[in-house]
Ligand binder design. Sequence first.
Ligand SMILES: Nc1ncnc2c1ncn2[C@@H]1O[C@H](COP(=O)(O)OP(=O)(O)OP(=O)(O)O)[C@@H](O)[C@H]1O
Ligand SMILES: [Mg+2]
Length: 247
Amino acid sequence: MKYIKGVHRHGSETFLIVSKNKKGLEPDSIIKTSTTKNGIDSIISEYQGINWYNNLSKNKIDCNLDKKTKTYYRIEIKLNKGFFNIKTNTSYQEIRKYLDLTINHYIKIWYDYKNKKYSPFHGDLSLVGNVMFNEVNDVLFVDWEQFDYSSKMPTGLDIMMMIIENVWYETLRSNQIPKVVLKHVKNSIQNLIKAQLLSPLLQEKPAHSTLNFINANIEIWRGQHYKLPVLKIPKEYINEIDNAFSN
Ligand SMILES: Nc1ncnc2c1ncn2[C@@H]1O[C@H](COP(=O)(O)OP(=O)(O)OP(=O)(O)O)[C@@H](O)[C@H]1O
Ligand SMILES: [Mg+2]
């Protein structure tokens, strides 16, 4: 059984089809298709990103790119069994463990980019949705539609965006950045620096530099930058993150 899950999801120009197995219980693959230039570019990026990741990750993603015609592309992605998403609106306290697992996974996968100013970029590493986990604490990065291999993206940008995004969600719940959260953010950034996976471009005022870089390069998101949660966080919180980091 197949059903269309979404059309032009968040302004994306791909269709998402979920395909279930014969018994029709569990989804076993997803299919993304597009007939527009931007959508086809996203499908190609997804394919390149998954292949790049498969060379480095213990858990591989099985996918198949089908160029139906010059203007109709299709990618089928088999779902890795046993991996789950974190529920939306989970408190920072509860996602801490998953943030740590994600940063450690990033450190493993991006190992060859230690001390490099630029490195490949996932582009949409949102903890809820595009990072998955299993019972034995393996991590799987999915949804590579924004993958960028041009080597113009600062190393560690994916993680900085993820950290800021989750701080913002926490401020929506508690109207402030709780002290424990600031402490965890500081430790996380320091861990990235210790692993030599935060670009010198982002080491001075990491939160400000992250936002400045995104704002100066919004074309990378193919017109979808407006949906980036990280751009919605008020300036005062960005100051707070950088102050905590420098103290
Ligand atoms: N390799 C995979 N293994 C297991 N689940 C996966 C895999 N790839 C994607 N998924 C699941 O399918 C969901 C949708 O896939 P993906 O994130 O690639 O599409 P999307 O374009 O972002 O759609 P959405 O807007 O629904 O997130 C993911 O959030 C995840 O739950
Ligand atoms: Mg997604």
